[in-house]
Design a protein around this ligand. Structure first.
Ligand code: 13P
Ligand code: SF4
Length: 361
């Protein structure tokens, strides 16, 4: 189906990636495990971690009654929890989403510099300009966007529901303006068989998966199945045995009967996959160089890697000034506007689950 990719969008040409933590820094961080557990308990906090965080952060969430999940589940759990302090270990849009949905709660992030290249690719001022050029289009924003962009959108969606939403909007005869991931935009257009006008943004990790190298790896491992996140290029998606969000890929490995998987998504997911299937083998899919991206450490998101135990402790135990450095704030008028499409997403997710989707969401 037709995919129209927007041209002349002002976006970063180069992505400045944070430095990788050294082996000594990682070792020092792991020695803080008990202290981090204590801090979470003392402050009655809930730790919500994305699957892409490091194994030690995910273990901390497990051992403190916290939660590990995909971006949709993180949003839902943060809202539903009775606890007033939530630490979001992920990237900034995840913390912002939690704050938009729960303004009364203190939402802490270990590192405010944890960006997402998709978010960086879509500035509110650019979206305003494009919306003016497409006044009749329904703006569907990926969750990986700023609060400002969410506030300008009709719908928010995560990868776990994107095709279903496109199908739903197609049924209502709506034209989709999709921001900001070009690959997910193409995936939606193909699978919902509808026209999509897409922003040309990219996830620097998933965009780097190399179809040719993956095809070679498949040949070397003929029994293995390839798992692909839809933020990956179409040529990689075309090779997949299963395409899905992080949660969907993980769920697949639990019920599928293969013994070996090639995994084209961020390395952090291996922790939960290996835990769920201790006897299966998971192999990281190869990445290649891309313009504007230097020194990618394989399929590792450099911003997710900024989440450390030391920073979690600091966010909870620091003085007021330090805490403020970790505390997510969203301008109230932006928050109120961003709440509407987010709320719609949660209602849509619940309706899909119940099997009864009203036509007027
Ligand atoms: P999920 O919604 O699948 O968790 O993906 C979030 C993300 O950042 C993917 O790169
Ligand atoms: Fe963003 Fe990609 Fe990192 Fe996910 S893996 S947070 S999409 S840069």
């Amino acid at each position: 189906m037709a995919l129209i990719t927007l041209k002349d969008i002002v976006m970063p040409q180069e992505f400045e990636l944070p430095a990788k933590l050294s082996a000594q820094e990682l070792e020092k961080d792991s020695s803080l495990f008990e202290q981090a557990k204590e801090a979470i308990k003392k402050h009655k906090a809930l730790l919500i971690a994305h699957y892409y965080t490091t194994p030690i952060i995910q273990r901390l969430a497990e051992e403190t009654g916290g939660f590990i999940g995909d971006s949709l589940e993180m949003a839902r759990v943060g809202k539903e929890s009775p606890l007033n302090t939530v630490v979001v270990a992920g990237v900034r849009f995840m913390g912002e989403t939690a704050k938009i949905l729960s303004p009364e709660k203190t939402i802490l992030m270990p590192d405010m510099g944890a960006e997402c290249s998709l978010d960086l690719c879509c500035k509110g001022s650019e979206l305003k300009r494009i919306k003016e050029a497409h006044p009749n289009a329904t703006v569907v924003a990926y969750a990986n966007t700023s609060a400002e962009v969410k506030a300008m959108s009709d719908w928010i969606v995560t990868s776990s529901l994107a095709v279903e939403l496109a199908d739903y909007l197609k049924g209502r005869g709506e034209e989709i303006l999709w921001v900001p991931d070009r690959h997910l935009g193409g995936y939606i257009a193909n699978n919902a068989k509808t026209q999509v006008i897409t922003w040309p943004g990219r996830c620097i990790v998933h965009d780097s998966f190399e179809a040719k190298e993956i095809a070679k790896l498949k040949e070397q491992n003929p029994q293995a199945k390839l798992l692909v996140h839809p933020e990956s290029p179409a040529e990689v998606v075309a090779l997949a045995d299963k395409v899905g969000s992080t949660s969907q890929l993980l769920a697949f490995t639990k019920t599928d009967d293969a013994q070996t998987y090639l995994v084209a998504t961020e390395r952090g997911i291996f922790y939960k996959m290996q835990q769920a299937c201790p006897n299966k083998t998971f192999i990281e899919a190869p990445v290649g160089p891309r313009p504007g991206v230097s020194s990618l450490d394989g399929a590792k998101c450099p911003w997710m890697a900024l989440n450390t135990l030391e920073k979690i402790i600091e966010s909870l135990e620091g003085d007021e000034q330090v805490k403020a450095k970790h505390s997510i704030e969203v301008d109230e008028s932006v928050r109120v506007d961003a709440m509407k499409p987010l709320d719609r997403m949660l209602k849509f997710a619940a309706a899909i689950k119940s099997g009864n989707v009203p036509n007027d969401l």
